[in-house]
Design a protein around this ligand. Structure first.
Ligand code: NDP
Ligand code: X2W
Length: 343
């Protein structure tokens, strides 16, 4: 079953990673590659790692250029994908890597993004409870943010099993700088990030807070409140998330390990490591895998879960392809059978 895919935002970090994965997907034919300020340039000039696509000319992002494909992937800045998606044909599978269609609650969208809500689509994290049923055959998919991907993978098994208290959840995550996209910003200069780490969005202001709460609340069946702090780490890719939550009364370490073990037992891309081995971002770079480890801290009465992903792969493009496969009725792992890159 061969199908055509247009990628919009093709010159960005997320769009580039989508193209890298699509180039290795046995059934995908890459159609239009579109962007904005770099329209007219050779793709090889802005994404020199995409050798087979180097002579493609980047087109402007217009409805005309994106129409006529089976699948359109939008990897555009927040607020840009909603208007484009609204004009594409209903039968096209649209996969939005941006935030526009992730939040169900319009008030949360307006509070954190400050614009009009574009509506919500099925959420492209197949490992969440019931998600595969919503993604199979879907025509619209909202790809999660990279921090929500790692945070939800870390804590969902515990909330799904009713083992965690919903009102005392703390998440701190370190991200590589590609998470911020490729447009130049002073705090992303080499001189600022090399050899230095910094927090940002501290105090509940990061726009991924409502997205993480939305996913955990659905898993718990009761409102979950989190405190989320992102930090910027001196590496190009990768996220290491540390999530902690208070255990419900009577929950012991064995019950916790059993719940996470059982939840991920059949997952092709999510791995609870053997006890004593802790996740590293280095082990998942370039792959769609997520690795987890946990410990129960009896002194604090909490579980501590660490999760490592590649923000551009499982955190964006890999998750997008995994969801696309489900939507198209293909094997979920098709084109994603990639090992990490080491060292
Ligand atoms: N980076 C990451 O780790 C993750 C990113 N995402 C999401 O993916 C999306 C893209 O992010 P990222 O790749 O990092 O960003 P980049 O800044 O690296 O890339 C943005 C892309 O969008 C294009 N673009 C910018 N403005 C417009 C416009 N008005 N119309 C059409 N195209 C436009 C740019 O083209 P040009 O350069 O030609 O102007 C470029 O191709 C965002 O919504 C982001 O939230 C999601 C999860 C993780
Ligand atoms: C390091 C860094 O700046 N990261 C980005 C998150 C990137 C991402 O996954 O989120 P969206 O898809 O929601 O943009 C940030 O904190 O805004």
């Amino acid at each position: 079953m061969s199908f055509s895919v247009a990628v919009s935002g093709a010159t960005g970090y997320a769009g580039g990673e989508v193209l890298r994965l699509l180039a290795g997907h046995p059934e995908a034919r890459i159609g239009a590659v579109t962007a904005h300020s770099s329209a007219g340039v050779r793709l090889g000039a802005v994404a020199p790692h995409l050798h087979g696509l180097a002579d493609r000319i980047v087109e402007e992002t217009t409805v005309e250029n994106l129409t006529g494909h089976d699948v359109v992937v939008l990897a555009l800045p927040h607020g840009a994908s909603g208007p484009v998606a609204a004009q594409l044909p209903a039968e096209t599978l649209i996969i939005d890597a941006g935030a526009d269609h992730r939040l169900i609650d319009p008030a949360a969208w307006e509070q954190f993004y400050g614009s009009e809500h574009a509506g919500s689509w099925p959420y492209g994290l197949p490992e969440l409870p019931g998600a595969r049923d919503r993604l199979r055959g879907a025509k619209r998919i909202a790809v999660p943010g990279c921090y929500p991907t790692s945070s939800l993978l870390a804590l969902t098994p515990g909330f799904d099993a009713g083992l965690l208290e919903p009102d005392d959840v703390v998440i701190v995550a370190a991200s590589g700088t590609s998470g911020a996209g490729k447009s130049p910003k002073p705090h992303l200069l080499g001189a600022e990030v090399m050899g230095s780490m910094s927090p940002y969005g501290v105090g509940g202001g990061h726009r991924h807070t409502p997205e993480i709460e939305q996913g955990l609340t659905a898993a718990a069946g009761t409102p979950v409140q989190i405190s989320f702090t992102p930090t910027l780490a001196p590496m190009p890719r990768g996220i290491l998330t540390t999530a902690t939550a208070r255990l419900a009364d009577g929950v012991d370490a064995a019950a916790v390990r059993d719940a996470w073990d059982a939840y991920y037992a059949d997952e092709p891309f999510v791995h609870l490591l053997p006890e004593g081995q802790w996740p590293t971002t280095g082990s998942v770079i370039g792959s769609n895998h997520a690795v987890l480890q946990l410990a129960v801290d009896p002194h604090a009465g909490r579980v501590v879960v660490c999760c490592a992903i590649d923000n551009l792969t499982k955190g964006t493009a890999g998750g997008a392809i995994q969801s696309m496969n489900l939507a198209l009725g293909l094997p979920e792992t098709l084109g994603l059978d990639l090992q990490g890159v080491a060292p």
